[in-house]
Design a binder for this molecule. Structure first.
Ligand SMILES: NC(=O)c1ccc[n+]([C@@H]2O[C@H](COP(=O)([O-])OP(=O)(O)OC[C@H]3O[C@@H](n4cnc5c(N)ncnc54)[C@H](OP(=O)(O)O)[C@@H]3O)[C@@H](O)[C@H]2O)c1
Length: 263
C-alpha cells in the first residue's frame, strides 16, 4: 500500500547524491542534469567544446542555493585519462562518494551515409565517442560508484538498435556495442547494489537529431511515430530520473526504449 506523505519537508528522492552527466551542456544531457537536480542530486556538468553552455546549465541549478550544487568539468569521454580526471574532479568538488553516472555524450554523422559510403574517419569518430566513451565512463563508474545502495550506471543508446534504419550503420553499431556491454556489466556488478541499464531514445528534438535533415526528412520520421510527434528531451529525462531513484532498484541489466512507439 502506498505511504501517505507525512509532511512537505520529506527529503527529495536523490537528496545530495552526486551525479555525473556526460554531455550535459545541451540536448538530452542538459535536461537530465536539470531533472536530477530537481530530484535533489548534486551535479557534475560535462562538455567538450562549449564552456558557456555548460556554465549556463550549472548556473541554473545553482541559482537558488547558498552552496554550489553543480560544477562544470570539461572532459572528452573518448579519452580514458580525461574520464578519470572527470571522476576525480567530481569527488573533489563535493567531497562525497559518487552515486550516479549518466553517459549522454554522443555523436552521429549528419550526412547519414550508407555503410558503403561511410568513411573510416567517420566510423572511428563515432566509435571513439559513443562506444569507447561509454566504456571509459562505465569502467570508471564500476570501480568508483558507491556500493551498498544508490549506485546507478545509465548509458544512453538508441532505439535504432531495434529499428535498424539505413543511414545509421556506424552510429547504431556503436550503440549496440554499448547495450551488450551494459548487460554484462550489470551481472559483473553482482553484490555491489550498483545497477547498470541503457536508456534508448527514439527521435528527440535536439541538434544531434536535426543535423543534416531537411523538413521533409523530419516529417518522414514523425510519420513513423504512433504518438505523432518528435520526442522532447523531458520525455527521456523523466525516465532517467526514475531509474536513478531507489524505486528503480530492481531494474537492472535492461534496455529501456523511450520512443513514442517508434519501434
Ligand atoms: N536526439 C536523438 O534523437 C537521440 C536519439 C537516440 C539517442 N540519442 C543519444 O542521446 C545522447 C544525447 O544526444 P543529444 O541529442 O542530446 O545530442 P546533442 O544535442 O548533440 O548533445 C550532445 C552533447 O554531448 C556532448 N559531447 C559530444 N561529444 C563529446 C565528447 N567526446 N565528450 C564529452 N561530451 C561530448 C556535447 O558537448 P559539446 O557541445 O561541448 O561537445 C553535448 O553536450 C547521445 O548519446 C545520443 O546518441 C539521441
Amino acid at each position: 500500500m502506498a505511504a501517505i506523505p507525512q509532511s512537505q519537508s520529506q527529503p527529495l528522492p536523490l537528496q545530495d547524491r552526486v551525479a555525473i552527466v556526460t554531455g550535459s551542456s545541451r540536448g538530452i544531457g542538459r535536461e537530465i542534469a536539470l531533472h536530477l537536480a530537481s530530484l535533489g542530486a548534486r551535479l557534475v556538468i560535462n562538455y567538450t567544446s562549449d564552456s558557456a553552455q555548460a556554465h549556463a546549465v550549472a548556473a541554473q541549478i545553482n541559482a537558488n542555493s547558498a552552496t554550489p550544487r553543480a560544477v562544470v568539468v570539461q572532459a572528452d569521454v573518448s579519452d580514458p585519462a580525461q574520464v578519470k580526471s572527470l571522476f576525480d574532479s567530481a569527488q573533489r568538488a563535493f567531497d562525497s562518494p559518487l552515486h550516479i553516472l549518466v553517459n549522454s555524450a554522443g555523436v552521429n554523422d549528419g550526412a547519414y551515409p550508407s555503410v558503403a559510403d561511410t568513411t573510416v574517419e567517420s566510423f572511428d569518430r563515432i566509435f571513439a565517442v559513443n562506444a569507447r566513451g561509454a566504456f571509459a565512463c562505465a569502467r570508471e563508474a564500476a570501480n568508483r560508484l558507491k556500493r551498498g545502495g544508490g549506485g546507478r550506471i545509465i548509458l544512453l543508446t538508441t532505439s535504432l538498435v531495434a529499428a535498424l534504419k539505413p543511414g545509421y550503420g556506424a552510429y547504431t553499431a556503436s550503440k549496440a556495442a554499448v547495450e551488450a556491454m551494459a548487460k554484462i556489466l550489470a551481472k559483473e556488478l553482482k553484490g555491489t547494489q550498483i545497477t547498470a541499464n541503457c536508456v534508448a531514445p527514439g527521435p528527440i528534438a535536439t541538434e544531434l537529431f536535426f543535423e543534416g535533415k531537411t523538413k521533409e526528412m523530419v516529417d518522414r520520421v514523425v510519420d513513423t511515430i504512433p504518438l505523432g510527434r518528435l520526442g522532447e528531451t523531458k520525455d527521456v529525462a523523466s525516465v532517467i530520473g526514475f531509474l536513478a531513484t531507489d524505486a528503480a532498484e530492481w531494474v537492472n541489466g535492461q534496455i529501456l526504449r523511450v520512443n513514442g512507439g517508434f519501434v
